[in-house]
Write a protein of this length. Structure first.
Length: 327
């Protein structure tokens, strides 16, 4: 595994985040924030929130304060952020594309933090006996993916790299489980997917990687909150980030334990989980103007392709403490 924040760096980030969270509403309050009855966290079948849930440290910390932690699993980022948009969760983690689609749909979300790039953790794959060998061979083929997920942008960049248009292929939109079924029965020619589904397809199906995200996309994971919740309960969001920072420091010296925790959570054997975990980037980091600018490029690309109905400003979904710098 690759880690990016040492202990000093992680503590500095948490200290900086404390200041940032106090400014979510634009004015730091001298009063003690109200305490919520619960925090509802959305997670996917992989990643640091899944490990945090398995370890139970956040639950213990917040339960001791009388705050319940409710965990809800989602099949992918777009579905998770739809949950945030309709008020069924308060906090969650997704890739780069889902918050763009959610913001375009009117979700009142705020970026809180992110993981470092993990470009090898998503790829375009084909069956082991497929005649497709290069990106050029995709022309006229059916490619399946989860609409609005990180891999949606990966596909855009892969086609761009090859000089193909988005209309040169037929895109089929399916969530991961249905996409795998279509891939297995040969209803589609290629699948653009992320870990751990990627690692599972490689090991269980012998799927072949035509291209991954290296050199094309960053594949950040973002932590987001529903804005009114973050405004009202910044101390809860801060507690989640602090526990994630601790988790990263623990994971640095316990990679085998991380895989062992993840394996039963995601329903995959240990060997497959270890492959996926090795491609994930650990080391929680603050949202910066540079990261926001990368997100804006993705949003602009999606709008140019008419994948989102209107242009959006990523700056509108940032904490007010860094919003001006990101414009």
């Amino acid at each position: 595994m690759t880690f990016f924040l040492d202990r000093r760096g992680a503590l500095a980030f948490v200290a900086a985040l404390t200041t940032s969270l106090s400014l979510f509403s634009g004015v730091a309050s001298a009063q003690t924030p109200a305490k919520p009855a619960e925090v509802r966290i959305g997670f996917q079948k992989y990643g640091t929130l899944t490990v945090l849930k398995a370890k139970g440290d956040l639950d213990k910390r917040l339960n001791a304060q009388g705050i319940a932690v409710r965990w809800t699993e989602f099949p992918a980022g777009p579905q998770l952020l739809e949950g945030l948009n309709v008020g069924s969760i308060d906090f969650g983690t997704v890739g780069e594309a889902p918050p763009i689609f959610a913001q375009a749909a009117g979700a009142d979300l705020v970026y809180v933090a992110n993981q470092p790039p993990a470009p090898a953790a998503e790829a375009l794959i084909v069956p082991k006996d497929s005649p497709i060998r290069t990106l050029a061979d995709l022309k006229g083929k059916k490619v399946v993916l989860n609409k609005g997920s990180n891999v949606h942008y990966l596909l855009v960049k892969l086609l761009e790299k090859q000089g193909l248009k988005y209309t040169d292929i037929t895109v089929v939109y399916l969530p991961p489980a249905d996409a795998r079924a279509a891939f297995e029965r040969g209803a589609v020619d290629a699948w653009v997917i992320w870990d751990p589904f990627l690692a599972a397809a490689e090991r269980q199906l012998g799927a072949r990687v035509v291209a991954d995200g290296k050199g094309l996309v960053a594949n950040h994971q973002f932590y987001l909150a529903e804005r009114s919740y973050a405004d009202k309960y910044p101390q809860v969001v801060q507690a989640i980030i602090e526990e994630l920072a601790k988790l990263d420091r623990w994971s640095e010296n316990n990679s085998a334990a991380v895989a062992a925790l993840l394996s039963p959570q995601i329903g995959l054997d240990l060997a497959t989980t270890e492959i996926a975990a090795a491609r994930f980037a650990y080391g929680i980091q603050p949202i910066t103007p540079a990261i926001a600018a990368e997100q804006q490029k993705i949003a602009d690309a999606f709008h140019a392709l008419k994948l989102i109905p209107k242009p959006i400003r990523i700056a509108d979904a940032l904490p007010k403490s860094i919003r001006t710098a990101a414009k």
